[in-house]
Design a protein around this ligand. Structure first.
Ligand code: 6GU
Length: 224
């Protein structure tokens, strides 16, 4: 898979891909992440990428020309499955969306900034608009990193057996059960006996019950 991220703040999109699972996925050649500085595609001598709103109103708008230049260059080099715009009024990201996107070959992610992009970008270039939740971030960069992480970790070969995505919270619309490691007792606080029993069927049954109980308490909406 190849992910091309277009942003006015490329520095915000370095470190997420330089550690741990995402770094290893890139090193293994399972994903390529290319970050493009929108300013490099500015079409005027001042290197502007934003301008005042028509009709007035506070806040700048990302201009269509640099975005068209960058997206068109990328599209001339390969086909893209989706051109995604990160915006708080997009469709809220779910595990199901991440699962489906992990099967794609090439995607572009455009990070919104300032007040957002000229509507014509959304009308003519964007195929999918995604939000990561009902709160407002300063820009789409952190949201793009969240989206990329949620997708990349699902690409076959990225996670090892020990870190398998199959037992993650949300993977079956269930939250994860409690987990423990050594010591088996700390300050009198004990690990549940069943987990030390070595009886795999009982352990599985316990985990399933706890997952349901936890989901019922915290996120009953997931069980509906
Ligand atoms: Cl994608 N962008 C911004 N700026 N804020 C957000 C978001 C995206 N998703 C949730 N809040």
């Amino acid at each position: 898979m190849r992910i091309d991220i277009i942003t006015v703040l490329p520095e915000l999109l370095r470190s997420p891909f330089e550690a741990s699972i995402l770094k290893r996925a890139i090193e293994k050649g399972l994903v390529e992440v290319h970050v493009h500085n929108l300013r490099d595609y500015s079409t005027n001598k001042h290197k502007n990428v934003d301008d005042y709103q028509f009709g007035g109103g506070a806040g700048m708008v990302m201009m269509i020309e640099p975005i068209d230049a960058c997206i068109s260059k990328l599209k001339s080099e390969r086909d893209y499955d989706e051109v995604i715009y990160m915006t708080p009024d997009g469709e809220t990201l779910t595990q199901g969306m991440a699962n489906r996107m992990s099967l794609l070959k090439n995607i572009i992610i455009l990070c919104g900034h300032y007040k957002g992009v000229d509507q014509r970008v959304r009308d003519h270039f964007i195929t999918k608009e995604i939000s990561i939740g009902d709160y407002v971030l300063s820009g789409g960069e952190l949201a793009a990193a969240v989206l990329s992480d949620s997708i990349i970790r699902l690409i076959p070969g990225v996670l090892s057996n020990e870190t398998s995505a199959l037992t993650d919270s949300f993977q079956d619309n269930l939250l994860s059960p409690p987990i423990y490691t050594r010591p088996a007792e700390y300050k009198g606080w004990k690990v549940p006996d069943v987990l030390l029993s070595g009886h795999n069927a009982n352990i599985e049954k316990w985990r399933e019950e706890k997952a349901y109980e936890h989901t019922r308490n915290r996120r009953p909406d997931l069980l509906e």
